[in-house]
Design a protein around this ligand. Structure first.
Ligand code: CA
Length: 660
């Protein structure tokens, strides 16, 4: 057979496979339901199982080290094909800390391209840069007391949470952090660190505790591809981590030793345990909607299976990352479900944030929900429910988009309604939001502030935020859409924005560093929208800003808003019915001013948001006296003064009053 014929055969066969993969017949014949894929370790033996229904042969390779640059193969063992396309072999002896790969060969017509050596898609540990998997005795990776570790906020209703979205490295990469485990998981465990290692202004963990957040949501920390784990701080290479390589292994660049597969596991567990001990829950950012590239090992073991492709082999690209995960296929769905449940169980995670969840199917997400509920019922789930153009491989599949949120069980979506109404659209730099004087957004904003944007019927389904790792920071966006703005005016807009987030129904989420006016400016002095590949100098949190009086005041204001929110249950209503019953918009006499009243049997609270340039005389809706808790300068659970009949709300500011 000449090579052109061969290639044609490859294409033909691939095409047949691609069509087969999503068929009922294939799923009936090859859906494996066991929970033992990967390497199942015991002291006496390890059983290796790999799902690869079309492989001609599979061999297990054992290595001394996890480094692909070392030629230290110790054994190659043929595997046997069993039911449902699962290959397996049992190897006697204690294999803990032995590294391994699989060699998978396909029929001749698939040429050399498909005779490959790959990492185990189900790997739970691996060597440096994730090329070789490792057999791991997971019990031996637990830090002391991990068996007693639990979610400190297990009983906390979802809308009572305050989430802080943080990149592991950003917290501690800057000198000013005064943190010794720079860029590492363990950097999150250091208590009492201060700006530049001097003075009394806290950074890192102590800063988070002082701020009062309940949950830290960490950007992806499974093993991702872009950073060289052998030298993570070389060549100014940086990444957010939305480039998944090994889904069930922690990222090696965050460990103090990326070569020993156990270290990253133990250090991550230690970090989660420490945060738990301090009262902070941990949310994991998971990215199942796409993989780093086509070389993803699952895709090599079952060619073309993991991604959505049409008959011609053209990949769907709703993710804009080159591929979309075919979660509607039974073994992809199982892979995702197994993976999330594994993280929840093994690492005691308290929540999962799903990247571009609108590309995954509703059934997979609901299966995860059901599985998590069996582990611990209060595990939080939320995600980006944007509707994207993806080419499904099956008919009648419902995707987990915002508009389908009613089909999901206890799953919240990011509210772009609130985000864009507050500060202007994220992709339209110059577009203004409510805080900058745009009044056209007010109706959308009001619905969003009730936790009831068009797609939601309950605040429990809504994550409120004005900025996150994506796009410009809040402070930068304010500058971009207000060319002539002064620093003082920008601060006022920023404080009004966060007041709206913290005084809205739903679950608030802050972008790390937002509370000290985080900015991302590159070497050319330009604001950076997409800082995924920018160096630490752009991305790291600059803690020494806390030393500046105005920045410190902003931080205090954020802290105060969180404290106030925690004190008032009316701000954390958990159903649409309750919101409609207790929350009422009040009439105002200026188009730039909105005001609401929240009332139940115990309390009456008024909030006024003045985005106008003039002070606004707010006439109280009744003849009672009110205490002021929040004004243009301060926020907190301390009374700042009292008013009756009328309150003056300063330009671009918020005022919150509680009936005496
Ligand atoms: Ca990695």
């Amino acid at each position: 057979m000449n090579s052109a014929d061969k290639r044609q055969n490859v294409e033909k066969c691939n095409r047949e496979w691609l069509e087969a993969y999503s068929s009922e017949q294939f799923e009936k014949e090859f859906t494996y339901e066991g929970d033992d894929l990967g390497a199942v370790y015991s002291k006496d033996s390890t059983v290796f199982k790999l799902w690869s229904p079309f492989a001609e042969s599979v061999r297990l390779n054992l290595y001394k080290s996890g480094d692909v640059h070392k030629e230290d193969l110790t054994d190659t063992i043929p595997m046997e094909k069993g039911e449902k396309g699962v290959w397996s072999v049992k190897v006697g002896g204690n294999l803990a800390d032995i590294y391994y790969t699989y060699s998978v060969a396909f029929e001749e017509k698939f040429e050399g391209a498909y005779d490959c050596e790959v990492c185990d898609p189900y790997a739970k540990a691996c060597g440096v840069n994730g090329r070789r998997a490792m057999v791991v005795d997971l019990a031996a990776t637990d830090p002391e007391g991990f068996d007693r570790d639990e979610n400190p906020n297990e009983q906390l209703p979802v809308c009572d949470s305050v989430i802080y979205e943080l990149h592991v490295r950003d917290l501690s990469a800057d000198d000013s952090a005064g943190i010794s485990h720079r860029g590492k998981f363990l950097g999150l465990t250091e208590e009492g660190t201060t700006v530049n290692g001097e003075g009394t202004l806290y950074t890192g963990l102590s800063h988070l505790l002082e701020l009062g957040v309940t949950h830290v949501h960490l950007l992806p920390f499974y093993d991702y591809a872009t950073i060289d784990e052998a030298a993570p701080f070389s060549h100014e290479i940086y990444n957010w981590g939305y480039d998944p390589l090994n889904y069930n292994v922690p990222e090696g660049s965050y460990a103090t030793d990326a070569f020993d597969g156990k270290v990253r596991i133990t250090e991550l567990k230690k970090t989660i345990q420490t945060l738990h001990q301090k009262g902070i829950s941990v949310v994991m950012d998971v990215v199942y909607n796409h993989t780093y590239n086509d070389e993803f090992c699952f895709n090599k073991v079952v060619p073309g299976y993991f991604h959505r492709m049409d008959r011609q082999g053209v990949k769907s690209n709703g993710s804009a990352c080159g591929n979309d995960t075919a979660s509607e296929r039974s073994m992809v769905s199982k892979f995702i479900v197994d993976s999330v449940l594994y993280w929840a169980r093994e690492y005691h995670l308290d929540g999962f944030r799903f990247d571009l969840v609108g590309l995954l199917d509703v059934d997979t997400i609901n299966q995860i929900r059901a599985g998590l509920d069996l582990i611990r019922p209060n595990i939080m789930m939320y995600g980006e429910g944007w509707t994207l153009d993806t080419k499904l491989t099956k008919k009648n599949v419902l995707l987990a988009t915002q508009t389908n949120v009613d089909h999901l069980e206890r799953f919240a979506m990011f509210s772009d309604d609130l985000r864009d109404a507050v500060k202007g659209h994220v992709f339209l730099e110059e577009e203004k939001g409510f805080i900058s004087g745009n009044t056209e957004v007010i109706e959308v904003l009001k619905a969003a502030m009730m936790g009831l944007p068009s797609w939601s019927d309950s605040p429990e389904k809504v994550i409120n935020y004005t900025s996150c790792h994506d796009n410009y920071t809040l402070f930068d966006k304010i500058y971009l859409c207000n060319q002539e703005i002064t620093f003082e005016e920008a601060v006022r807009q920023n404080l009004l924005a966060i007041a709206i987030v913290m005084l809205s129904q739903g679950t608030p989420l802050l972008h790390a560093g937002e509370e000290i006016l985080r900015t991302k400016v590159n070497a050319e002095g330009e604001f950076v929208s997409d800082s995924v590949r920018e160096p630490d100098s752009v991305n790291a949190i600059k803690w020494d800003d806390l030393k500046l009086k105005e920045y410190y005041r902003v931080y205090e204001y954020y802290k105060g808003l969180i404290a106030f929110r925690k004190k008032h249950s009316l701000l954390r209503l958990n159903s649409g019915e309750k919101v409609r019953k207790h929350m009422r918009w009040l009439e105002t006499q200026a188009e730039n001013v909105i005001a609401y009243e929240l009332q139940d049997a115990g309390e009456k609270l008024l909030a006024v948001f003045n985005a106008g340039e003039e002070p606004y005389p707010f006439v109280l809706p009744d003849s009672e006296s009110y205490d002021v808790y929040i004004n243009e300068m301060q926020a907190g659970d301390v009374v700042l003064g009292s008013v009756s009949k009328e309150a003056i709300v300063q330009p671009v500011s918020c005022m919150v009053l509680v009936r005496k």
